[in-house]
Design a protein around this ligand. Structure first.
Ligand SMILES: [Zn+2]
Length: 315
């Protein structure tokens, strides 16, 4: 009897399992209109997982009169397809350009979906990002996403930008201006931040997060603090963080406070002769404002160790 039930279950659920693994898109998330021609899908928070289908960034786009400019189309072919589906509810124009803010795969693996639908789209990224991805990091990100979603992102491959963009680059696209800022040694050493000038919107990449804390494994605290200062000086109306809700300049200030409070306190305690494991309780108390933010408990200890390493490297 039991084996009969097992057989029936196997027959019933096998097609479902296949369907899940080969899903064409992630589940739908709504578009938020944040300026006259600018839309963002705010992805769920957290690390890539089966539950969030690997989707956790903020794909955005700006509709110009000639076509659509996409910023960070997400972590997989399946996220990119969902983005295009939502985009088509507000415009039928083709995607002409894609900016990728940095090398981390949760931001750019959706390029594949854009090129699949619009083969002429130009893909733009930091020269260091292009180099790293072509040297093998692209395939590593494909594997990371596939493993952390237990195969949901299967079929995704690395479609690497071909147009390098550096500090001060400016693009006139369909009557709009896109200005690029490239802070050195900030979140990933491959960062570009994109200002849609007429929209007064800045896409910060992972140099600013909101309601969640960045991995800093490839980052630099001092450079990240400087990147926040740079962003605040633009005085834009709207900032789109790499993860978490968009907002005004206060989201930049908040995130800068996290980075600066942590780094300055680590420096003080380091100078007082404390080891990193002795610093955590005092620093956590000073960062109470952020204690409810996603990943805070996971990243804080690591951030303290990384800040100590950064201080030691500068001595
Ligand atoms: Zn990142």
């Amino acid at each position: 009897m039991q084996s009969m039930i097992q057989i029936i279950c196997a027959i019933l659920f096998a097609p479902l399992a296949t369907l899940v693994v080969h899903a064409a898109e992630v589940r739908d998330y709504p578009l938020s209109k944040i300026a006259a021609h600018t839309y963002v899908i705010h992805g769920p928070l957290g690390y890539p997982s089966v539950e969030n289908q690997g989707f956790m960034n903020n794909p955005g786009f700006v509709i110009t009169k000639d076509g659509v400019v996409v910023i960070d189309p997400g972590s997989s072919l399946q996220v990119g397809r969902m983005l295009l589906k939502q985009m088509r509810t507000v415009t039928k124009l083709p995607v002409t350009h894609v900016f990728n803010t940095h090398v981390h795969g949760d931001h750019w693996l959706g390029n594949q979906a854009i090129v699949e639908a619009y083969p002429m789209a130009k893909l733009i990224g930091h020269p260091g990002m292009i180099k790293k991805l072509n040297e093998g990091e692209g395939d590593q990100w494909v594997s990371i996403m596939e493993n952390s979603t237990k195969g949901f992102t299967k079929g995704t491959r690395a479609v690497v930008p071909s147009i390098p963009s550096i500090e001060g680059s400016s693009y006139k696209i369909g009557g709009m201006t896109f200005r690029v800022y490239s802070p050195e040694n900030a979140h990933s050493h491959t960062d570009i931040m994109i200002e849609a000038v007429e929209e007064s919107v800045v896409f910060t990449g992972d140099n600013v997060l909101n309601q969640t804390i960045a991995r800093m494994d490839d980052g630099n605290f001092k450079g990240s603090i400087a990147a926040c200062d740079r962003l605040a000086a633009i005085r834009a109306k709207h900032y789109v963080p790499g993860h978490g809700p968009s907002g005004d300049a206060s989201i930049v200030t908040n995130y800068r406070n996290y980075l600066a409070t942590l780094f300055n306190d680590v420096k003080q305690q380091y100078d007082a002769g404390k080891a990193d494991f002795e610093m955590k309780a005092g620093i956590a108390a000073k960062l109470k404002f952020f204690s409810g933010w996603d990943r805070f408990d996971n990243e804080l200890g690591k951030h303290i160790s990384l800040a100590v390493m950064e201080i030691e490297a500068s001595i």
